[in-house]
Design a protein around this ligand. Structure first.
Ligand SMILES: Cc1cc2nc3c(=O)[nH]c(=O)nc-3n(C[C@H](O)[C@H](O)[C@H](O)COP(=O)(O)OP(=O)(O)OC[C@H]3O[C@@H](n4cnc5c(N)ncnc54)[C@H](O)[C@@H]3O)c2cc1C
Length: 351
């Protein structure tokens, strides 16, 4: 794949990475943004979409997903390019002050500046931690479903008790040859209506529910053929299987960010509080991923950091350009970039 030059790459599409698009966009700087998750929103979307947030200035209460939806609407005029569902695996300085950025799906970018808005790290699925499982990962042990059609008329086992496990149980049940749901507890953490639907399917004899844990894989040559399940009432069952889905939730991993040569302190990137630049000039860090004296991991703090980082990035990319502060209220150039026509100042004054 050929390498494309882009002005700035943002790593992480959580609330702070999204607002970074906005702050750079106001200054006329274009962005590409990359996230390992398949949708933008970071912790807000992944960990607490329905919870209310009370400390966003000007919004007395705002749902976490609602905040992300609002940020996406706010950054729309700047046409950032989103590369989702792929981890940034490499950030390498090039001669001349540019950077090479590579993702797990083969995107290759050359950029003048990098902003790391990686939060607590890239979210990874919690894995099925049983001996021998590793060799089947991505083949017959899966942590996400890409296409339900691939699993028609197969013996399936789904492990987990949250929304993903229950949603896919209901969605795949009628398509599979057999489906067994394995969950360690009697209670589920999924939408009550989906749990009720699953219980109806069990009652109708269309699937099996086991309370217990998968403890071993059974293979025939190099093919996965069964899963050993230890049930809560002390039985050991052999369940025939073609594909296993483990939906145990996600956990963040600092991962490759720790390998790009920047100074770290307690798993966070050290930055200054003028530019929010890391120890590598041209690489900036905003939001939960950075640290400095007095740092507070709040969305509000990340928004402030993104504003100052944008000015520093502008200076880094265009050192000859004079910088001055403009207000969105009154700046014709900013309003042009935003695609709005501001009210003439005289008219505003007359109100
Ligand atoms: C339950 C809960 C409630 C909260 N309530 C509040 C609140 O009321 N008010 C408040 O201010 N804060 C709250 N927070 C904290 C707030 O959510 C975080 O401060 C905020 O999400 C940080 O935003 P961010 O954009 O820096 O990082 P994140 O939201 O963590 O997003 C980072 C993104 O970067 C991606 N990423 C990381 N590494 C890579 C890589 N190598 N390649 C590709 N992508 C990568 C991740 O996948 C992730 O999507 C709460 C947090 C939790 C868990």
């Amino acid at each position: 794949m050929s390498e494309q030059y882009v002005e700035t790459v943002i790593i992480g599409a959580g609330p702070v990475g999204l607002f970074q698009i906005f702050e750079l966009g106001l200054l006329g700087i274009t962005t590409h943004i990359i996230d390992s998750l398949s949708q933008p929103g970071g912790q807000c979307t992944e960990l607490y979409p329905d919870k209310p947030i009370y400390d966003i200035p000007g919004l007395p209460v705002c749902g976490a997903q609602e905040l992300i939806d609002r940020l996406l609407a706010q950054v729309k005029p700047f046409n950032a390019t989103f590369h989702l569902g792929q981890e940034v695996t490499e950030v390498r300085p090039l001669s001349g002050g540019k950077f090479h950025v590579a993702t797990s799906l083969g995107v290759r970018l050359i950029t003048g500046a990098v902003v790391i808005a990686g939060g607590v790290g890239s979210f990874q699925p919690r894995r099925l931690n049983i001996p021998g499982a590793e060799q089947f990962e991505g083949k017959s042990i899966h942590y996400r479903v890409r296409s339900a059609a691939d699993f028609m008329d197969q013996d399936l086992v789904i492990c987990g008790g949250g929304d993903s496990a229950l949603d896919w149980t209901v969605a795949l049940c009628e398509k599979a040859r057999s489906l067994t749901l394995v969950h360690r507890r009697a209670e589920f953490r999924a939408a009550p209506a989906t749990v009720a639907r699953m219980r109806d399917l069990v009652a109708a004899g269309k699937m099996r529910l086991l309370q217990g844990n998968a403890v071993a894989v059974r293979k025939d040559n190099e093919r996965l053929v069964g899963l050993e399940v230890q049930t809560a009432d002390g039985l050991t069952l052999q369940v025939p299987v073609d594909h296993v889905f483990a939906f145990f939730g996600l956990h963040p991993k600092l991962g490759p960010i720790a390998e790009w040569g920047m100074e770290l302190e307690k798993k966070a990137l050290k930055v200054d509080t003028e530019k929010f630049q890391t120890s590598v000039p041209g690489i900036f860090a905003v939001g939960d991923i950075n640290t400095y004296p007095g740092k507070k991991k709040l969305i509000l703090s990340g928004f402030h950091e993104a504003a100052l980082a944008a000015f520093a990035i502008q200076h880094h990319l265009f050192p000859e350009k004079r910088q001055f502060l403009q207000y969105t209220t009154t700046s014709p150039i900013m309003q042009k970039r935003l695609g709005v026509s501001g009210e003439p100042a005289a008219a505003a004054d007359s109100h």
